[in-house]
Design a protein around this ligand. Structure first.
Ligand code: 6GU
Length: 226
């Protein structure tokens, strides 16, 4: 999968994909992520990409022309399955969306800044909008990094058996069960005995029960059918 990100802060998108699982995905050639600096292709002087908003009001708006140029330049080389705009007023990102996006070939992500982007870009080019939560970030970059990470780890071959996504929280509509490692006793607290019994069937049943219990306690909304 290839992901092209249009941003005014490409530096913010370097580190998140240079470590651990995302690094492995890139090293294995399963994931390509490119951050494109909007200022590099803007047709305006001195790298201008934003301007005052019509109608007045505080805050700048990202101009349509630099974004259109950057988008169309990328579109010359490949067809994009989705052009995503990261925005706090978009639909909330969830595991289901991550699963769906992980099946795409080419994705473009537009990161907004200031008051956001001129609405005509949303109308003309954007095929999907994503928010990562009900709070406002100063730009779309960190949100884009969250989305790319969630997608990248789902690509076939990125995770091994030990890190398999199959048992993640949310993947089966439940939160993950508690986990333990050595030592078997820590500060007087013992690991649940069943985990030491060596019977995978019993352990699986216990884990499922704990998952349901956790979900009931912490996220009852996930158990409601709607
Ligand atoms: Cl996608 N962008 C910004 N700027 N803030 C956010 C967000 C996105 N998702 C939640 N807050």
């Amino acid at each position: 999968m290839r992901i092209d990100i249009i941003t005014v802060l490409p530096e913010l998108l370097e580190s998140p994909f240079s470590h651990s699982i995302m690094k492995r995905a890139k090293d294995k050639g399963l994931l390509e992520v490119y951050a494109h600096n909007l200022r590099d292709t803007t047709p305006y002087k001195q790298g201008q990409v934003d301007d005052y908003q019509f109608g007045g009001g505080a805050g700048m708006v990202m101009m349509p022309e630099p974004l259109a140029v950057a988008i169309e330049l990328l579109q010359k080389y490949r067809k994009y399955n989705e052009i995503i705009y990261m925005t706090p007023d978009g639909p909330l990102f969830d595991q289901k969306t991550a699963n769906t996006l992980s099946l795409k070939e080419n994705i473009m992500i537009i990161c907004g800044h200031y008051k956001g982007i001129d609405d005509r870009i949303r109308q003309l080019y954007v095929t999907k909008e994503i928010s990562i939560g009900d709070y406002v970030l100063s730009g779309g970059e960190l949100a884009a990094a969250v989305v790319v990470d969630a997608i990248g780890r789902l690509l076939p071959g990125v995770l091994n058996d030990e890190t398999s996504a199959l048992f993640d929280s949310f993947q089966d509509g439940l939160l993950a069960p508690p986990v333990y490692t050595r030592p078997a006793e820590f500060r007087g607290m013992a690991v649940p005995e069943i985990l030491l019994c060596g019977d995978p069937k019993k352990i699986e049943v216990w884990r499922h029960e704990e998952s349901v219990k956790r979900t009931e306690e912490r996220r009852p909304d996930m158990l409601r059918e709607d």
